[in-house]
Design a protein around this ligand. Structure first.
Ligand code: GDP
Length: 285
């Protein structure tokens, strides 16, 4: 699949990251619960080193509950503390706050033993674009401080956000792009909106996703798009679904671009249902 990437700010971001890591007690790494592994940046993990990290599987409201549970268990087996949340509706955020405090308890106790009052906990929120960093920061701080957007790549500057409580949050110091993985990885990132639509061959992406979802979530696809026969090529599924929606150009030609764009919107917005696009079992095989 031909997708152009612009990892322009990466080197600078990684340098900034190193500086900021010195100032924080803990890192919250955000990823997309629908594609946890494909939405992580391996460079971030390298830079973080021994610093405590809480991996937050955000947008859990859009992902398959059972699969998200499997991921959390899988990460636990890898020695990674992971939790899920829906930061848009602020569900799961109190648990995250508590876990952050729990993970830094030793530092807090040490300061107290020396008779010092521990300053607010300093947390850096980092992750690839569109994994909900700003929404999570707003949710954790209880106010609208970080800029959110439904287009990737909006947070660019660095700022400390005081929550008025026991936390100080550091917005991501820049753009961390997902790893330049396989076509399958790119497809998953495209499906969840981590890659700008302008860069996507939208119809090709839609056709590939229809095949993938027809295998993993046949009932959801069948019901929503009134497709009876699912064992077909992506192009055939796309044409059939487009015809059933009645998206036609003048002259009767199918308007597959319109359908594909609409399909991606519906998928990203959770309208098709709760869908996870990768599972721990695939990583292990
Ligand atoms: P950032 O680029 O990582 O800072 O991501 P944003 O916070 O700007 O969020 C990107 C998009 O995802 C926005 O449209 C948010 O409203 C949406 N979003 C963020 N968190 C969640 C969530 O937990 N659930 C859902 N459904 N949408 C979310």
């Amino acid at each position: 699949m031909d997708i152009n990437w612009f990892p322009g700010h990466m080197a600078k971001t990684l340098r900034q990251l190193k500086d900021f890591l010195k100032q924080v007690d803990l890192v919250i790494e955000t990823c997309d619960a629908r594609i946890p592994e494909s939405s992580r940046n391996p460079e971030l993990q390298k830079q973080i080193g021994k610093m405590p990290v809480l991996l937050v599987l955000n947008k859990a409201d859009l992902a398959d509950k059972t699969v998200t549970r499997q991921w959390i268990e899988w990460y636990r087996e890898q020695g990674i503390k992971a939790m899920s949340c829906d930061s848009l509706r602020r569900s799961g955020l109190n648990e995250i706050k508590r876990e952050c405090q729990n993970m830094t308890k030793d530092k807090y106790e040490k300061a107290r033993a020396r008779g010092r009052l521990f300053r607010p906990l300093r947390i850096m929120v980092a992750g690839i674009p569109n994994t909900g960093k700003s929404t999570l920061i707003n949710g954790l701080s209880g106010k609208k401080v970080a800029k959110t957007a439904d287009k990737p790549g909006v947070t660019r500057s660095i700022s400390w956000i005081r929550t008025g409580g026991h936390l100080e949050l550091l917005d991501s110091p820049g753009l961390l792009w997902p790893k330049l993985g396989s076509d399958e990885d790119k497809l998953k990132l495209a499906a969840t909106g981590a890659i700008k639509d302008e860069l996507l061959p939208v119809e090709e992406v839609c056709a590939l996703l229809l095949v993938k979802l027809a295998k993993q979530y046949p009932d959801l696809i069948r019901n929503r798009y009134r497709l009876e026969e699912l064992d077909r090529t992506g192009e055939e599924l796309l044409d059939d679904a487009c015809r059933k929606r009645g998206y036609l150009l003048s002259g009767g030609k199918l308007d597959t671009l319109r359908f594909a764009t609409q399909f991606l919107d519906e998928l990203r917005g959770g309208k098709i249902g709760r869908i996870s696009l990768e599972q721990p079992a695939e990583i292990m095989s």
